[in-house]
Design a protein around this ligand. Sequence first.
Ligand code: SF4
Length: 332
Amino acid sequence: MRFPISLSLDLARYFMKKRWQGEERFPLVLMLEPTHQCNLSCAGCGRIQEYRDTLGQSLTLEECLDSVTECGAPIVTLTGGEPLIYPPIFELVEELLHRHKHIILCSNAILLEKSLDRLPVTPRLTLSVHLDGLAPLHERILGRPGLFHTAIKAIKEAKARGFRVCTNTTIYKESDTREIEILFSYLAKIGVDGLLVSPAYSFAAVDAEMFLSREEIQDKFTRLTGNGMKFRFSNTPLYLSFLRGERQYECTPWANPTRNTRGWRAPCYQILDGHYPTFQELMELTPWERYGVGRDPRCDQCMMHSGFEPTAVRQAGHRPKDLWQLLRWNLS
Ligand code: SF4
């Protein structure tokens, strides 16, 4: 199976509960950023610019856990910044597991190998390693030599110890699809459990030359994923077909809410128009109808995983053909 059975069952139960309660807008994945501090300064990172004034701040463990309760999403992605430099990261993981959450722990892998002793091996924890290409491209984007080797070494060690390991690859204008295919083949060979891909988003504060237009995204992802799905992607086939331009979706920005030291980020992981002090205020006060392709120029080139993958999953519940495709994909 592509995902652990416990995750599939928990998600199915969660969807049924929300439908039964008649909730139209509800979160699927909490993007928790306990700190924006990082041991890197990547070229495509918007957080460094957007949170320049608060980079040194962190959420307390208690604030993290309160946010998890407030939000209620069954999946928590720990991101940032680099989560492994957040001092209580191991306590946070432990507390989330006690709360029966599914955790995706994102990392640039610099501290991953030496953190493995303090992380539990469980299907509820997935390590997600950032890898944007083979060594030259990956290290140019991350701004430091040697990091490709560091990431591969950490992945091999994590797999040897029985961890569930995925990779997270952002596709930029300069990404060569042939190179990405070689990378994915290699990652499959060393036992990576899933490959998450997403086109980069053109953060206002970052060099726009790095990012792809919608047409360029469709072209690159047709070359990368329109090959009979030979790679083990963590993205659903529905979202990948959206990236190839074969189907249209509207985004559901509330499905992946982001919490950081300034509060609940509105409206989404990409655009920053403000922060709310509580999750309830985020959901109730954000003018959701103003966002999305054709409504806000900042959305026009966006095909981001965090905005559109939840739409694909939610809509599959109403389309038997899509639901069947999702089931078969998850069992493969
Ligand atoms: S289209 Fe993208 S940037 Fe715009 S609101 Fe949706 S997820 Fe955010």
